[in-house]
Design a binder for this molecule. Structure first.
Ligand SMILES: CC(=O)N[C@H]1[C@@H](OP(=O)(O)OP(=O)(O)OC[C@H]2O[C@@H](n3ccc(=O)[nH]c3=O)[C@H](O)[C@@H]2O)O[C@H](CO)[C@@H](O)[C@@H]1O
Ligand SMILES: C=C(OP(=O)(O)O)C(=O)O
Length: 436
């Protein structure tokens, strides 16, 4: 078993660069299945375990995919298989994003039901309703969802909730449908606009991505395209919180302020200085943090993917803060782990009440999801003594070289095997690299 061991008390300073966004690259790689001609080149790809998993799914579906550093080459021109088995979907629910492209291109998709996960039940009914509205027959049986249609047709679709995944899956189905699709109340996350930009480079006609109405005119054929993935706004936000909790001074290179307005607003309300510089955002942590209330919401609201990291920061604020989680039904599993670090947190329904400032103490804690992993490490940066964080498979889904980047900023942190030798970058790459 691997652990990250962090000894609190160091102020972070220096520069850290963010990777391409995990939540942008997964749908973009899935969308590459739509190209029946030509090859795609995807740049600034973070080499995370989730990215290798979607790569395995594409290989299984009969595409040629290869990784060279941060660039991925995809040739999906051969006849595709249509089934994404449970072994992949179980590892990563975003595997369901191959459903829209397969249905659009092959007229059929069979994908294992994703089931719940550590943050809630996460159904995909809105994805399926969208496919049905475009004329697909959808059935569920033996743990699989099957959808088929000789030719999808454009439709007017209203999403009951602005689901990120449903917006992406329906968009990817609609680009090859006959006629026009109008998708209303859709998700407005920057990752949706990134996907639309890639689809348009492939020859699609998508307008309005990033607003609540997306209009898609179907085309007959899509082609491979060259696309650079947007910077990861959640990784950027995570380092902003890490800088703030240590009273540090850190430049987060490639962070885009426009993508992070809600996070920046809350940090400023807490007395953290956030300044836009030419190549990123500078964050300077204050002597004393002010408490704030936070409610997670779809974009441009406060992101649920920053909720646990902000909880770590609010533990150090002078007074009472309330966090309300409205996006996922059960994303407070990390509270029990924070309690092991001498904190005062109460859960009331969908809210937590945090009484700060806590005298954080290092402890052995287990990551419950990928953002919780980062949040526990961040708390460890401030805690007295050693914090040992286990279940690092979650961290590796979403953060590349997290401890190495923190150490570059001055943190006292290492990643070790149970037998206590430090895990090198090469060892981890060998363990996850699809090409070996
Ligand atoms: C790979 C990726 O990009 N993951 C992100 C994506 O997940 P994901 O696309 O799964 O998130 P959604 O926006 O779809 O889910 C939000 C809420 O809608 C519900 N829902 C969703 C679809 C559906 O058909 N029915 C339904 O009820 C979900 O259970 C959840 O409560 O957006 C989330 C919300 O910003 C982020 O936390 C995830 O990091
Ligand atoms: C919840 C997340 O991802 P996923 O939807 O892939 O589980 C996340 O990125 O915080």
């Amino acid at each position: 078993m691997e652990k990250i061991i962090v000894r609190g008390g160091k102020r972070l300073s220096g520069t850290v660069k963010v990777e391409g966004a995990k939540n942008a690259v997964l749908p973009v790689i899935a969308a590459s299945l739509l190209a029946s001609e030509g090859k795609s080149i995807i740049r600034k790809v973070p080499t995370l375990s989730d990215v290798y998993t979607i790569g395995e799914v594409l290989r299984h579906l009969n595409t040629d995919i290869s990784f060279e550093g941060n660039t991925v080459y995809i040739d999906a021109s051969k006849e595709l298989k249509v089934e994404a088995p449970f072994e992949y979907v179980r590892k990563m629910r975003a595997s369901v994003l191959v459903m829209g492209p397969l249905l659009a291109r092959q007229g059929k998709a069979r994908v294992a039901l994703p089931g719940g996960c550590a943050i809630g039940s996460r159904p995909i009914d809105l994805h399926l309703k969208g496919f049905e509205a475009m004329g697909a027959r959808v059935s569920v049986g033996n743990g699989y969802i099957e959808a088929s249609a000789d030719q999808l047709t454009g439709a007017k679709i209203y999403l009951d909730f602005p689901s990120v995944g449903a917006t992406q899956n329906i968009m990817m189905a609609a680009v090859l449908a006959k006629g026009t699709t109008i998708l209303e109340n859709c998700a407005k996350e920057p990752e949706i606009a990134d996907l639309a930009a890639y689809l348009n480079k492939m020859g699609a006609h998508v307008r309005g991505a990033g607003t609540e109405t997306i209009i898609i005119e179907g085309v007959d054929t899509l082609y491979g395209a060259d696309h650079t993935i947007m910077p990861d706004r959640i990784e950027a936000g995570t380092f902003m919180v890490a800088a703030a909790i240590t009273g540090g001074n850190v430049l987060i290179e490639d962070a885009i302020a426009e993508h992070m307005a809600s996070v920046i607003a809350k940090l400023k309300e807490m007395n953290v200085k956030v300044m836009e510089e030419e190549n990123g955002l500078r964050v300077i942590g204050p002597e004393k943090l002010k408490p704030v209330d936070i409610k997670t919401m779809p974009y441009p609201g406060f992101p649920t993917d920053m909720q646990s990291q902000m909880m770590a920061l609010l533990l150090c604020a002078e007074g009472t803060s309330v966090i309300t989680e409205t996006v996922f039904e059960n994303r407070f599993m990390h509270v029990e782990e924070f309690r092991r670090m001498n904190t005062d947190i109460k859960i009331e329904g969908r809210s937590v009440i945090i009484q700060g400032p806590c005298d954080l103490q290092g402890a052995e804690v287990a990551a419950t999801d990928l953002r919780a992993a980062a949040a526990l490490i961040i708390a460890g940066l401030k805690a007295d003594g050693y914090t040992r964080v286990t279940e690092l498979k979650h961290l590796d889904r979403g953060y590349l070289d997290f401890h190495i980047k923190l150490r570059g900023l001055g943190a006292d942190i290492e990643r070790v095997h149970e037998d206590a030798h430090e895990v090198t970058y090469e060892e981890r790459s060998i363990a996850t690299d699809l090409n070996t």
